[in-house]
Ligand binder design. Structure first.
Ligand SMILES: Nc1ncnc2c1ncn2[C@@H]1O[C@H](COP(=O)(O)OP(=O)(O)OP(=O)(O)O)[C@@H](O)[C@H]1O
Ligand SMILES: [Mg+2]
Length: 243
């Protein structure tokens, strides 16, 4: 058994022949095949307009494909009603966006706890988990700060805490460092590396070549197609198998 197979678990994401056509005639994805195994940390790279965010939306079940198969944590998306799909999403997927998407008037704790609203957990337990997640991302001393009282890097840490508080099978990040200065961006990437070492499966869209090069796997998209998929023995602890 290869080291790669030992380190990684079963598929969390399985895409086969996925296409996405937007109304108005844009074909944003053309026959994408992509498997992400539990425990992987991968970069999704490619030029502007190549379909990266579309891919992330389809993988995160925010959007359904026009054709092809999408399975998340073994669940076939096509078989699910919209309601069942949002339940699947809230249980299995966490999202992080370039612009943080925090609720302005709420404390860091309340923002993170909000991400657990549909978990079925009682309010007090949601609060405790939010505090644990904030401590995990290094913001134990900023629980009561509201977004405008936090730096950009701290806001992104709150967003990451919110995304991981429910222990999703998959963390999806669309340009998480895009709005940050170099130092804050680096520390956000370090956090993602740490979460991956603790077992999180993470896909990160990035324009930053340096960030991409430091990740164990890079999937390159061009014109809606996967044109390269490389594993990097040197990057991170995982991924010692080529292809
Ligand atoms: N909701 C939509 N309706 C119609 N066309 C869309 C929609 N969203 C994206 N597109 C088109 O689909 C293509 C892929 O867009 P997408 O946002 O996935 O690109 P991207 O790789 O994330 O680009 P960027 O790096 O600029 O964020 C683009 O040509 C875009 O114009
Ligand atoms: Mg995009």
């Amino acid at each position: 058994m290869t080291d790669h197979a030992v380190r990684h678990g079963p598929p969390v994401v399985e895409l086969a022949g996925v296409t996405k056509e937007y109304p108005g005639g844009v074909t944003a994805l053309r026959g994408v095949d992509l498997t992400v195994l539990s425990g992987e940390l991968l970069a999704i790279v490619g030029p502007s307009g190549s379909g990266k965010s579309t891919l992330l939306h389809v993988v995160g079940t925010l959007d359904r494909p026009t054709s092809g198969r999408v399975a998340i944590a073994g669940h076939d998306v096509a078989a699910l009603s919209d309601r069942a799909l949002s339940a699947l999403r809230s249980r299995h997927v966490g999202f992080v966006f370039q612009s943080f998407h925090l609720v302005p008037g709420l404390s860091a704790r309340a923002n993170v706890a909000e991400g657990l609203l549909y978990s079925g957990l009682p309010r007090a337990e949601r609060g405790r988990r939010a505090e644990r997640a904030l401590a995990r991302v290094g913001l134990g001393d900023r629980m009561d700060h509201r977004p405008h009282e936090l730096s950009g890097g701290q806001k992104q840490r709150v967003a990451i805490a919110r995304a991981v508080a429910g222990e999703p099978d998959l963390l999806l990040a669309d340009e998480p460092t895009g709005a940050l200065d170099t130092a804050s961006g680096r520390s956000v990437m370090e956090l993602l590396h740490e979460l991956n070492e603790d077992g999180a499966t993470i896909a990160v869209i990035t324009h930053d070549q340096e960030i991409a090069a430091a990740l164990p796997r890079r999937v390159r998209i061009r014109d809606g197609e996967v044109v390269a998929d490389a594993r990097n023995p040197e990057a991170g602890a995982a991924g010692t198998e080529a292809g």
